[in-house]
Design a protein around this ligand. Structure first.
Ligand SMILES: C[S@@+](CC[C@H](N)C(=O)[O-])C[C@H]1O[C@@H](n2cnc3c(N)ncnc32)[C@H](O)[C@@H]1O
Length: 485
C-alpha cells in the first residue's frame, strides 16, 4: 500500500513546515514509525520476498535493484543470496533502517520515477507492492536501468475481497472516501490481464503471472493494530479517525479472528509478475566483433547455417573466431550421442532441461523448437518449465539428471544415478549422457558469457508455447526487416 502522497508528480506542494516535493511525502506515512514498520510490518512479507527471489533466480553475482525498498528486508535477503544489491525509497527514515541492515548495499533516498542509476546496470529489478496502477511511468525507468534480457519481478494486490484474510486490510478503508478511491485505482494491476497489458505496453516481454504466498501472522490483536498503524494507508485512516480510535478499532477487529494457541492469520491474494527487458534493436550479435576475415572453417560454418536455416546464427558468428574449437566440441557431442544411443527427442529433453536450468534462452529456444518438432509443443514447453508429466519414465530420468548436472554437479548423490540404470542405461552410457549434458553446458556458457543474442528468427520459428516458456536469459533480437541478413 502506498499513500495518497504518491499521486502523479507536481512540482511541489505546501505542507506544514514548507514546500516539500510530492515524492517525499510517503515518509510521513511509512517513515514516521520506521522501527515499527521494520520489525512489526515488513517481516510479515517474507514469504513474498523469498518466492520472488526464487522465481528470479537471485543468487551469486546478480546485480539487483529493489524499487520502493522500504526498510530493506528484501534487499537484505537478496544480499544473503549473494546478490550485489541496491535500493531506493522515498522515505529517508526507512532507508536509514535499510542501511543499518545492509551496510554494503547502494541504498538511496529518491523518487522511483527518476531512478538515479545509469542505463542497463541491473540484472534484476524487484518491487514489492511498490509500483501501482497510478505510477506506470516507473516501468519505463525500470526498463531503462535493466540490461537487455534483465528481469523485473513485481507484486501487487490480487483479489483482496475474495481472500480469507481480507479482514486484515479493512482498517485502510477507514480513511476518507477520496483516499479509499485512490487506493482502489492503485490496486487495479492485479485484475486479470491488466498488469500484463501495462507491462507489455511499456515494452516488457515474456510477461507472466506467478503465484506468491502472502500471509500476515500476528501474536495478538494489539500487535496487529500497531503493525497496521505504521503503514502509509494506516496513516491515512489515522488522519481521518485519530490514532487512539484506529488502534482500538483495529485490535477489536482482530480479536474477532483470534484462535486459541495459534497466531492471528490473514492470507491475502497477491499477484506476482515476472517480465523481461527486450534486446535493443539493431544491436550486435554478441560482445565480440565478427572476425574481419573469415577463415575457411568459418566460411564453411556460415554456408552450413545458410543451407540449413536460411541465415547465419549469432552463435556461429561468435564461434567464427575459433571454428575448430566448435567442431571439436560438436565432434565430442556426436561421439557421446552415439555411445548413449540418444535420439533427437532424447537430446531435445537433455538440452532443454539443462539450458532452462542454466537460464540460457538461446539454446532453450533453438532446442525447444527442435523438441517440439520431434515430440510435441506441449512436451517441449513442459520440460522448459520443469514439468515432465508428459514424459515416460526413461525420459524423466534423463530430464531430472540433466537438471541436476546443470544446477550443481557437486550436489549430486549416488542414488541420483539410479533412475538412469532403472531406465536401462549401463555405466558407460550414463557417463556418455553426463558428458553430453556437460558439453552442452560448456557451449551455452561460452554463448551466454559472451552475450550471443538469440537470433530474431527464433521468434518466428519457435512455437508460441515454447517462446512463452523461455522467460529467462537474454532476450531474442527484435524481428528484423525482411531484407535484413
Ligand atoms: C507498500 S510499501 C512497500 C515497501 C517495501 N517494498 C515492502 O515490501 O515492505 C510502499 C513503499 O513505497 C515507497 N514510495 C512511495 N512513493 C515512492 C516514490 N515516488 N519513490 C520511491 N519510493 C516511494 C514508500 O515510502 C513505501 O516504502
Amino acid at each position: 500500500m502506498t499513500t495518497r502522497a504518491e499521486l502523479p508528480a507536481q512540482p511541489g506542494m505546501t505542507v506544514p513546515g514548507g514546500t516539500v516535493p510530492q515524492w517525499k511525502l510517503p515518509d510521513e506515512g511509512w517513515g514516521r514509525k520506521a522501527a515499527d514498520a521494520a520489525t512489526l510490518h515488513e517481516p510479515q512479507n517474507i514469504r513474498e520476498y523469498v518466492t520472488m527471489h526464487q522465481h528470479l533466480k537471485v543468487g551469486g553475482g546478480t546485480r539487483l535493484l529493489d524499487v520502493a525498498c522500504g526498510a530493506g528486508l528484501a534487499v537484505e535477503l537478496a544480499t544473503a543470496r549473494g546478490a550485489t544489491t541496491a535500493g531506493i525509497d522515498a522515505s529517508a527514515r526507512l532507508v536509514a533502517v535499510a542501511r543499518d541492515r545492509s551496510s554494503g548495499a547502494d541504498l538511496r533516498v529518491g523518487d522511483m520515477r527518476a531512478l538515479p542509476w545509469a542505463d542497463g546496470v541491473f540484472d534484476v529489478v524487484t518491487s514489492f507492492r511498490g509500483i501501482w496502477g497510478t505510477t506506470p511511468e516507473v516501468l519505463d525507468e525500470v526498463r531503462r536501468v535493466l540490461r537487455p534480457g534483465g528481469l523485473l519481478g513485481m507484486t501487487v494486490w490480487g483479489h483482496v475481497k475474495a481472500s480469507p484474510g481480507a479482514w486484515a486490510l479493512r482498517p485502510f478503508l477507514w480513511a476518507d472516501a477520496s483516499q479509499v478511491t485512490h487506493q482502489a485505482a492503485m490496486n487495479s494491476l492485479g485484475k486479470p490481464g491488466v498488469g500484463e497489458r501495462l507491462l507489455t505496453a511499456h515494452g516488457f516481454e515474456a510477461v507472466r503471472r506467478v503465484d506468491v504466498p502472502f500471509v500476515w501472522e500476528f501474536a495478538d490483536p494489539e500487535s496487529y493494530a500497531r503493525a497496521m498503524a505504521c503503514t502509509g494507508p494506516g496513516y491515512e485512516a489515522i488522519q481521518t479517525i485519530g490514532e487512539q480510535r484506529f488502534l482500538h478499532d483495529a485490535a477489536q477487529l482482530a480479536a474477532e479472528h483470534a484462535r486459541d494457541g495459534l497466531p492471528l492469520r490473514a492470507e491475502i491474494n497477491l499477484v506476482g509478475f515476472i517480465a523481461r527487458a527486450p534486446a535493443p534493436s539493431g544491436g550486435a550479435s554478441s560482445f565480440l566483433a565478427e572476425p574481419a576475415q573469415l577463415s575457411a572453417g568459418a566460411s564453411a560454418a556460415y554456408a552450413d547455417d545458410k543451407g540449413e536455416l536460411g541465415y547465419v546464427m549469432n552463435a556461429t558468428r561468435l564461434w567464427a573466431h575459433d571454428t575448430e574449437a566448435m567442431e571439436l566440441l560438436f565432434k565430442a557431442l556426436g561421439h557421446v550421442t552415439r555411445t548413449a544411443g540418444l535420439s533427437v527427442r532424447d537430446r531435445g529433453i537433455l538440452v532443454t532441461a539443462a539450458t532452462s536450468t542454466l537460464g540460457d534462452s538461446y539454446c532453450s529456444l533453438a532446442w525447444g523448437a527442435k523438441l517440439a518438432a520431434a515430440a510435441s509443443t506441449q512436451v517441449s514447453a513442459g520440460v522448459l518449465a520443469g514439468d515432465d508429466s508428459l514424459l515416460d519414465a526413461r525420459e524423466r530420468a534423463l530430464a531430472g539428471w540433466a537438471r541436476r548436472v546443470a544446477a550443481d554437479p557437486n550436489a549430486t548423490i549416488a542414488p541420483d544415478v539410479q533412475p538412469l540404470r532403472e531406465a536401462g542405461y549401463d555405466e558407460a552410457q550414463i557417463l556418455a549422457i553426463t558428458a553430453y549434458v556437460a558439453l552442452r553446458v560448456a557451449f551455452s556458457t561460452v554463448n551466454d558469457a559472451l552475450g550471443a543474442v538469440p537470433d530474431w528468427q527464433l521468434r518466428t520459428s519457435a512455437p508460441e508455447a515454447v517462446l512463452e516458456a523461455v522467460t529467462f536469459g537474454r532476450a531474442p533480437a527484435p524481428v528484423a526487416a525482411p531484407d535484413s541478413p
